[in-house]
Design a protein. Structure first.
Length: 452
């Protein structure tokens, strides 16, 4: 819409922009086209647009052929958008994006996020949508210029801070262009800027303990003018030695350290779990015949290398809302790294029973103990990796201690989301889980348990 059209439309629908909602409507059509072009949208894309307003971007997104979910907090604009865009590829949701359940988007595959974010909640919204596990494959955001500079800041600059590191540890950030405040009605008090966020592949950065990283960064930036060594002395009493080991100047301030140096600092304090080494490949598992009778044992490497029949367990752990916990397999796994899998799973060791293995895997991978129920047994096949699998079911509230060497991260998902996710993107999942999921369907719960 042009400037005059926006003003007339607002009069017709009797909407006065609300400052507390950050309502500043984009009227520069060239800029709107530029935004959508930068998103490189295709007909198979699924786009989430936060704060669509009067649909300045929505119009051009729909022209690309992509599907659009628009999240709008103002009920007055929701009705207008429904009337303006009567398109099967368009859905508008009346909701606060801060309350939106991001995990539901996994059912849509990899999602592109486009948003003109309200200044007052921009950092909270970014965190909510990109913190792992996240289905967001790309984000193009219009932000207050100052926030955009902080997101894209380099080490040694005044804008480099906590927000910089917390976002850059998850995404690569590009500052694309500055946008004058005159491109909006009403005009905001400051200029804006576009940034592009691209999630990092797990292999881009070293493994690290997230809690340790966050604690160090927060403490390190607690007083920007002070030297870092003085601020984190409680963590590193021998700061000179630690700084020398990592190649950091002893009088450095927090803003001087790169993302990689902060990760190295966290790993010096709390080394992350090591990846599976050669000893893991020498673990000895039971091998069986076609009747699931134990006939011997062999090392992991031999079993996988020769496709020998062996035994495994898969565990489906539900919360009281009947959502299923899924884990994303570690990058260090010898098979199916970085794919989504059952809540816990593992091979039956030589001399071990299925039940003993299930209890062990529950403790080793999730750090919990709960009652398990045997559900069904899957025959060994190429799809199960030549494993006879017993599938177990259990319930737990979700305070897990995930094994870092085994699991990247995990989350509970509604069953309908998982069903649609598998249908749209089966390659996101380990084959064994796909088989277990299919066999599980007759046992699928239909309603959440009543609350006490």
């Amino acid at each position: 819409m042009k400037l005059s059209e926006i003003a007339e439309t607002l009069r017709q629908i009797r909407v006065t922009p609300i400052k507390t909602l950050g309502q500043n409507f984009l009227h520069d059509q060239n800029l709107a086209r530029w935004i959508v072009a930068k998103a490189e949208l295709r007909p198979h894309d699924y786009v989430v647009e936060i704060g669509p307003g009067l649909g300045a971007l929505t119009e051009h997104i729909l022209l690309s052929g992509a599907r659009v979910l628009a999240i709008e907090k103002d009920a007055r604009l929701v009705q207008f958008l429904r009337e303006r865009f009567s398109n099967q590829r368009f859905e508008v949701m009346h909701a606060d994006a801060l309350q939106f359940v991001v995990r539901k988007l996994f059912a849509k595959g990899k999602v592109k996020l486009l948003a003109n974010l309200p200044y007052y909640v921009s950092t909270q919204l970014i965190t909510r949508f990109i913190d792992p596990p996240s289905p967001i494959a790309f984000a193009l955001l219009l932000l207050q210029k100052e926030v955009a500079r902080r997101l894209a800041a380099s080490p040694g600059t005044e804008n480099h801070g906590i927000l910089t590191l917390m976002v850059q540890v998850q995404c690569r950030v590009e500052y694309l262009r500055t946008v004058s405040k005159t491109a909006f009605l009403p005009q905001p008090e400051v200029d804006s800027a576009f940034v592009r966020l691209t999630p990092r592949h797990p292999s881009e950065l070293p493994e690290y303990d997230a809690e340790t990283f966050r604690a160090l960064v927060k403490q390190g930036f607690s007083q920007r003018r002070k030297q870092l060594g003085k601020l984190i002395r409680s963590y590193f009493p021998s700061w000179d030695e630690a700084a020398s080991q990592l190649g950091i100047k002893r009088n450095a301030r927090a803003e001087d350290l790169s993302l990689e140096q902060w990760i190295a600092l966290a790993n010096l304090l709390q080394p992350s779990s090591l990846p599976m080494s050669s000893w893991g490949l020498q673990e000895r598992f039971a091998i069986v015949n076609e009747e699931d009778e134990v006939i011997g044992e062999a090392a992991r490497a031999e079993i996988h290398g020769n496709n020998l029949l062996h035994l495994a367990v898969h565990l489906f752990i539900f919360n009281p809302a009947r959502e299923l916990f899924l884990q994303k397999r570690s990058r260090w796994k010898d098979r199916h790294p970085c794919l989504w899998d059952s809540s816990a799973a593992g091979h039956v060791n030589a001399g071990e029973t299925y039940d003993e293995t299930a209890e062990r895997e529950l403790k080793e991978e999730l750090g919990i103990s709960t009652e398990l129920e045997r559900l069904l047994k899957l025959p060994a096949s190429e799809k199960t990796g030549q494993e006879f699998i017993w599938l177990y079911r259990g319930q737990h509230g979700g305070r897990f201690q995930l094994a870092q060497s085994e699991i990247e991260y995990g989350a509970f998902f509604p069953l309908d989301v998982i069903k649609e996710w598998i249908a749209n993107r089966p390659h996101d999942f380990a084959p064994g889980f796909i088989e277990c999921w299919g066999a599980f369907q007759p046992f699928r719960p239909t309603k959440p348990e009543p609350e006490d």
